[in-house]
Design a protein around this ligand. Structure first.
Ligand SMILES: [Zn+2]
Length: 361
């Protein structure tokens, strides 16, 4: 059996499709033993917790043997729609069965030795925690802002406090702060108007989320426009002829079409880049983080991220925007790593012991 270093926690990434969990130690972004709890239709929370507890017990036993009889430090959970004040999932559109269920309390009852050591936060904050502890970003100990570009736009903000020489995570009076996807941005020139799901006009999320770019592409896919996005969808091995082509478009199809010079795709890429650049500009003026990390599925669309960086560098501001670093995340399993970091950071100072690496883009 592989030996594991002492000082590890279980990271749990709860998603709409299933739950991934693994043992994570502070010194490495490599996962030790990991397991998966698939989603079951029409499940009640008590049954889900039962399956989750079995998976945790399995990892706990593994760690005990691999570490010469040591115990894990605790359990961290990353959960979308997490209400940190009530310590419950609230108004989740994808995991209704967990809504208003005291998840942390239920785990604490089974594992009383981990009282106060079972910690949860929302998925965007957790992505930020992963970048702080495991991202290996030079200078991140002086501040880091993370945007997650997925179905929505999430944000994790970490500010440097010179008095304590520590990073402070933006949480707010009700643990609801740091909703960076819902800051207002100027309307990207030429883009169709989109209202945000929160009800406000002009939110960053309405123009920089995967949902937004897919929506723009759906409008572009018509027989009249002849966009290459349409061709990319049709050439996809998973393309289903029995379904509407527009319903099957993903950001990757738009990225591929943009790469070969399709005007419609380049226009959508430009709107995304414009929106993201203005979102980062706003945060830079308030937080001066010096470093932005883009996470989530669309972070691999490097042409869009580069374009956003170029626009950001050209924008005026009191805090200089020129030269601010903008990079794509290079972490695999950021959800699990960040969840474990919630516990591991409690046991040490956040932000030190980085594995220093080069910015990839
Ligand atoms: Zn909004």
């Amino acid at each position: 059996m592989q030996k594991i270093e002492v000082g590890a926690a279980i990271g749990i990434d709860i998603g709409a499709i299933g739950t991934k969990l693994a043992i994570v130690s502070r010194g490495s972004c490599r996962l030790f033993d990991s397991t998966y709890v698939p989603k079951i239709e029409n499940e009640i929370p008590e049954h889900y917790i039962g399956r989750l507890v079995s998976a945790i017990k399995m990892l706990k036993s593994y760690y005990k043997i691999a570490s010469d009889d040591k115990e894990l430090l605790g359990v961290g959970l990353g959960i979308p729609s997490w209400n940190g004040e009530k310590k419950m999932v609230a108004n989740s559109p994808n995991m209704e069965f967990l809504n208003d269920f005291p998840l942390v309390e239920a785990l604490e009852e089974v594992f009383p030795q981990w009282e106060e050591k079972i910690v949860a936060d929302n998925d965007a904050n957790v992505a930020g925690d992963a970048e702080v502890m495991f991202g290996g970003w030079e200078g991140s100990e002086r501040g880091i802002n993370v945007f997650t570009l997925g179905g929505g736009v999430g944000f994790g903000g970490y500010l440097y406090d010179p008095t304590s020489d520590k990073l402070i995570k933006v949480t707010g009076a009700h643990y609801r702060g740091g909703e960076g996807g819902h800051i207002p941005i100027p309307h990207p020139p030429g883009a169709p108007k989109r209202k945000c799901n929160c009800g406000y006009d002009d939110c960053l999320e309405a123009y920089a989320s995967a949902t937004a770019v897919m929506n723009f592409a759906q409008m572009a896919i018509t027989p009249q426009t002849g966009s290459l996005i349409d061709v990319m969808v049709a050439q996809d091995p998973v393309y289903d002829r029995s379904k509407r082509r527009g319903d099957q478009v993903t950001p990757l199809h738009i990225e591929k079409a943009a790469k070969i010079g399709d005007n419609r795709a380049l226009e959508i890429q430009g709107w995304l880049a414009f929106a993201l650049a203005h979102g980062m500009r706003a945060m830079n003026q308030i937080f001066d983080p010096g470093l932005f990390i883009i996470c989530g599925g669309m972070s691999r669309w490097t042409a869009a991220i580069r374009q956003a960086r170029t626009i950001l560098h050209s924008l005026p501001g009191v805090v200089p925007n020129k030269g601010v670093r903008v990079c794509s995340s290079r972490l695999k399993n950021a959800g699990i790593l960040g969840a474990a970091a919630l516990v591991l950071s409690e046991n040490d100072n956040v932000g030190d012991e980085h594995q220093i690496g080069k910015d990839p883009i």
